[in-house]
Design a protein around this ligand. Sequence first.
Ligand SMILES: Cc1cc2nc3c(=O)[nH]c(=O)nc-3n(C[C@H](O)[C@H](O)[C@H](O)COP(=O)(O)O)c2cc1C
Length: 171
Amino acid sequence: MNTLILSSSLSENSRSYLLCKAVEQELVSKGNNITFVDAKEIPMQPFHREKSDQMKALSEQIEKVDNIIIGMGVHCYSINDSLKVLLEGCFGKATGKFFGILCAAGGERSYLVTQHLTQICMNEWRMMQLPRVVYATGKDFTEDTITSKEVLERIELFSEEFHTIGNKLLA
Ligand SMILES: Cc1cc2nc3c(=O)[nH]c(=O)nc-3n(C[C@H](O)[C@H](O)[C@H](O)COP(=O)(O)O)c2cc1C
């Protein structure tokens, strides 16, 4: 199974990036091919401007992979701006693909925000979501390490289910 993991935060201390890396490790250990894309390395232009080569490359990678995992940070009770730019600019060929969401937030009250991403992916490209989200807040980390036992368990479960269902959808 070929999976693209998109870490969409531009923060140098991104916690959603750490979630993406943890899931990458789990999926690699199960034998999956992972293309890891870090938004920090993509010069971004909004929709009506010329796309950078890196944005064009991401569009092509999205077309080729079997499924996609998106790491997001919560900004103003919604998805972060860089993710919105990448969705609008690069997800045109994501139609029908299976996807999963890994989310970092400042507090526990924003957990429904992942539904904004669900709405966009399902309504715009008829993508199908793994019905399990990894949601973590600041207290789940110690500096750049995930220390919450509960979040680590959810990462394991998310990865196992993504692997199993993702492979079944290929059959
Ligand atoms: C501009 C901005 C707006 C934010 N708004 C929210 C919010 O509405 N709810 C929340 O729980 N956290 C909010 N946060 C906190 C982030 O979700 C948190 O820092 C998270 O770790 C961001 O993901 P990242 O570390 O991968 O960039 C906000 C942070 C920023 C910078």
